[in-house]
Design a binder for this molecule. Structure first.
Ligand SMILES: Nc1ncnc2c1ncn2[C@@H]1O[C@H](COP(=O)(O)OP(=O)(O)OP(=O)(O)O)[C@@H](O)[C@H]1O
Ligand SMILES: [Mg+2]
Length: 232
């Protein structure tokens, strides 16, 4: 087993539909990602970026090939194993923040820790600390409806990272922000990621963000056409 790679994908294929209408969305994907690597996935709309990210995040299934996270083959895991694994090892950030509207910013950030049975007191303390990193200490009691879009997105990023996941998967996390807010948020995310030794995989259309990452993986028509980590 190769422990160096947190993500190890070989010959992964995914398609929708059957027969003549069959649509291949991921084709023979081979990809290895190291612990604490910060990489971006770029490419045109429909290239398969979200699909690939969702496969890595155990949110979507694939037809053939192998996908290992920390050496564990995902297709061999049970549904219960997968959900525990998602909660402990993975952090997700989506384009729309997906915060729970009935709960305050603080409670939203506490949620992943409460699910993994961290005590309420520790969860509260830790959530406050991380929210402070994002400059939102004054807003902890606001519900998402009482926060600006950028603030919600920062809280969503805080929630994704608070449990110190091994991997953060982000799909256009700054898609709804202006360039200044977007750049600030990414800088905080990458800094915290490095501190925590977290692997970050970020799907983005934003060239400025991709250029801040250590590795750019380009997808087109379901294939990796370029990978800055691979000397071609
Ligand atoms: N449930 C589905 N059934 C059939 N085809 C699908 C389904 N979900 C996605 N697709 C197709 O798979 C392809 C890849 O979709 P995906 O969402 O991964 O693209 P993307 O690279 O993330 O694009 P974007 O940049 O627009 O978000 C698209 O052509 C899409 O139409
Ligand atoms: Mg997408």
């Amino acid at each position: 087993m190769d422990n160096k790679h947190v993500v190890e994908i070989s010959d992964l294929n995914k398609s929708y539909g059957m027969g003549a209408g069959r649509l291949s969305v991921l084709k023979n994907i081979d990809l290895k990602i190291n612990q604490s690597e910060i990489c971006s996935i770029v490419g045109p709309s429909g290239a398969g970026k979200s699909t690939l990210l969702n496969c890595i995040g155990c949110l979507d299934s694939f037809n053939s090939g192998s996908l290992k996270i920390h050496g564990k083959e995902l297709s061999n895991m049970t549904i219960e194993d997968l959900s525990g694994f998602r909660n402990k090892k993975l952090g997700f950030i989506f384009q729309m923040h997906n915060l729970l509207p009935e709960f305050s910013a603080l409670e939203n950030v506490m949620m992943p820790m409460l699910i993994s049975r961290v005590s309420g007191k520790s969860a509260r303390l830790r959530a406050r600390e991380i929210i402070a990193e994002f400059g939102l200490s004054e807003r902890i009691n606001h519900k998402p409806g009482e926060l600006s879009g950028g603030e919600c997105q920062r809280i969503a990023v805080a929630r994704a990272i608070v449990n110190q996941p091994s991997i953060i998967l982000a799909d256009e996390p700054t898609g709804s922000l202006d360039s200044e807010n977007s750049s600030n948020l990414i800088d905080i995310l990458f800094r915290l990621g490095k501190q925590m030794n977290t692997t970050i995989i970020i799907v983005t259309h934003d060239k400025t963000i991709a250029e801040k990452t250590e590795r750019i993986i380009s997808l087109k028509d379901g294939k990796i056409i370029e990978d800055s980590a691979v000397i071609g």
